[in-house]
Structure formats: C-alpha cells, structure tokens
Ligand binder design. Structure first.
Ligand code: NAI
Length: 332
C-alpha cells in the first residue's frame, strides 16, 4: 500500500516507520504542504496522508482523483481543511484519527493556563539571570474560579475533569450534553451566560461555517473584564483583530493560543532567521499577557504513536474495503 505523506517532520517519519514493522506500507514523505502547487507530483499512490494545514480543496481533489488516489487520510482529528463535498463527488474516501489522546491536548491547555497565570516562563528566565524579584509575577488562585468550556467532546471533557481537580466551578456550552459531566457537577448554560460568567474561557469545539469567529467584538464585549481565553482548538474560532482590541482595552486579561487562523505559513517551521510579514501575529506576540505555542498540544509520545497506528489501520481498512458503517474514523 503506497502512501504519500505531506507536511512531514522528522517525528512523523519516525513514528510511521516504527509502526511499519511488517513492511506492508510503502511511504513517500514530502515536507511541503499538499496544495495546488504540488498535487501534480502525486504519482502511483493509493492514499495521501495530510495534516492540519494541508489544503485539500476541490482543485486538489480533482487532480488526486485523476491520479487514481482512493483515500485522503488525515493524521489529525479536525477536518475543516478538506472539501468533503468535492471528495464525495470524486469518489475519494476521507478518514481521520477521531481520538488519539484527548488528554494530551487537555493537559497542554492546562499547562498554558498555568504558565499564563503564574508566569513560570518569565520566572524561569529571571532566575537564570539571578533576578530573584517577584515584581510582575502576581497570579491568581484557580481554586473557586469559574471555567467556561465550549465543546465538551473528548478533549473538552478531559479538560473539565482536570479543572474540577483544581476546585473550579465548571460551566459549559455544547450542542449535546454529556451526562457523566453533569453528574460530576458541570452545568450546561446558554452561550451568552457562559460568556457572562466565565473567569476562564476555553474553546474545545471544531471549527465549522457556523462558529467561525465566534469570539468577536460582540461576544468579547459580553465577557467579564479580565477574562482569560484559551484556544487549543482551531484559530478560525477567534477574530484575532477583535482580540487584539480587547487586549489593548484590558477587557481580556490574558490569551493563550496553540492555534492561529493564519498559522498555515508559519507554524511547524523554524523562521528564526526570517522576517515575519504577518503583522497581526507580531502584534499578538508583543503583549506580555499573550502566550502562543505552535500547534503542539497534541505533541506527546502517546499521541504520535496512536496517530500512526490509527492512520495505518484506516488506510488498510479502506484499501481492503473493510470499512464498517458508522466507523467514526471515516468521514466518507
Ligand atoms: P469531539 O468531536 O470529541 O468534540 C467536539 C465537541 O464540540 C462535541 O461535543 C460537539 O458536540 C461540540 N460542538 C460542535 N460544534 C459546536 C459548537 N458550534 N458549539 C459548541 N460545541 C460544539 O472533538 P475533540 O477530539 O474533543 O476535539 C475538539 C477540537 O480540538 C477538534 O475539532 C480540533 O479542532 C481540536 N484539536 C486540536 C489539537 C491541537 O493539537 N491543538 C489536537 C486535536 C484536536
């Protein structure tokens, strides 16, 4: 089974090679994103394997179909970057890794919250420079604070459970309620109430046409002064320009993001010797109360192993036509 991988990093190769012990799979690795610029180079492969920032639009899908590709295998959970309608039209299956390690993402979200609040990143550098002063490092107790969670699926649920351990009051908004979380003391409330009540707001829902820029001037305006916003879900959930205004007006007390709407040309690369032309990102990075990581919430040993195993199992199932109705890994 031949698979062309796009947007690959050394760790992708390592984990996928490790899972190919029986030699069933033949790999081609490309560092570049999949997009119209490269799709014509795809030759004689059964499947393409893509990640969060590959652009699998109609134009790309038409060429993949022409080249005989039978499967688009996402090695991530979110699939907002694939035109499913076009894939269906061209008869190409699409699969993903619906759950690999929700705890990995939930734990990173908490790590970002703790860093932002207790400023351990600043303390680390200060102490190394023999500056033992505490001025400017003041944080607040998480215990007793209200945490608002948008999306209580696998990651949101893991995040809720960790925050409950901190002694936080948990409110959530989702299209569906999770009864276990309700039994554990979480309250589902309308989105407006969530915005009004939360001291800390964390996004764990997928990005769809309906919720693009759900955090915008209006919704931010309804929040508490000094609210902390966490986004490890998808950059497009946030209107970054509105968020910058809210940071400037002190409405937002802090922002921690692992995802950024325009991350495609920036994240997963070493640009330390490059002039970054994205002024919005540069402005965001200039705030002392903004913490940015480059889409690393998933990045644990457990998660990468699971991603490789599930992706290869998906490819095998699809190519051997063993996909069962209702398999959550298969979108088409
Ligand atoms: P999931 O499918 O288990 O849960 C998503 C939840 O969001 C569901 O309960 C769903 O009902 C809810 N939802 C859908 N639309 C909503 C809306 N408009 N408002 C409120 N809730 C809504 O997904 P999972 O595994 O928890 O992942 C959540 C998101 O996390 C993914 O869609 C992906 O964008 C992001 N993610 C980020 C990673 C990272 O490394 N930063 C890694 C993995 C996922």
């Amino acid at each position: 089974m031949k698979i062309a991988f796009f947007s690959t990093q050394p760790y992708d190769r390592l984990f996928f090679e490790r899972e190919n012990t029986a030699g069933k799979f033949n790999y081609q690795f490309y560092e570049t994103h999949l997009g119209p610029h490269i799709v014509r180079a795809v030759e004689r492969v059964d499947a393409v394997c893509v990640f969060v920032n590959d652009k699998v639009n109609r134009e790309v899908i038409a060429v993949l179909a022409e080249k005989g590709v039978r499967l688009i295998a996402l090695r991530c959970a979110g699939f907002n970057n694939v035109d499913l309608a076009a894939a269906k039209e061209y008869g190409i299956s699409v699969c993903r890794v619906p759950a690999y390690s929700p705890e990995a993402v939930a734990e990173h979200t908490v790590a970002m919250l703790l860093t932002l609040n207790r400023k351990t990143h600043k303390a680390y550098n200060r102490v190394r420079e023999q500056n033992f002063s505490l001025n400017g490092l003041l944080g607040f107790n998480l215990h007793g604070r209200t945490v608002g969670v948008v999306g209580t699926g696998k990651i949101g649920k893991a995040f809720c459970r960790i925050m409950r351990g901190f002694g936080c009051r948990l409110l959530a908004f989702d299209l569906y309620q999770d009864d276990e979380l309700v039994q554990e003391g979480l309250h589902y409330v309308p989105l407006d109430e969530l915005y009004r009540e939360a001291d800390i707001l964390s996004l764990h829902c997928p990005l769809t046409e309906d919720n693009k820029h759900m955090l915008n001037k209006q919704s931010l305006g309804r929040m508490k002064d000094g609210v902390i916003v966490l986004n490890t879900s998808r950059g497009g959930l946030i209107d970054t320009v509105a968020v910058i205004e809210a940071l400037k007006s002190r409405k937002l007390g802090g922002l921690a993001i692992d995802v950024y709407e325009q991350e495609e040309k920036i994240f997963f690369r070493d640009l330390s010797n490059t002039v970054i032309e994205d002024d919005t990102l540069q402005r965001l990075m200039s705030f002392p109360n903004v913490l940015i990581t480059a889409h690393q919430a998933f990045f644990t040993d457990e998660a990468l192993g699971q991603i490789a195993r599930t992706t290869l199992a998906n490819v095998e199932k699809n190519l051997q036509q063993q996909v069962r109705e209702g398999d959550p890994a298969f979108l088409l």
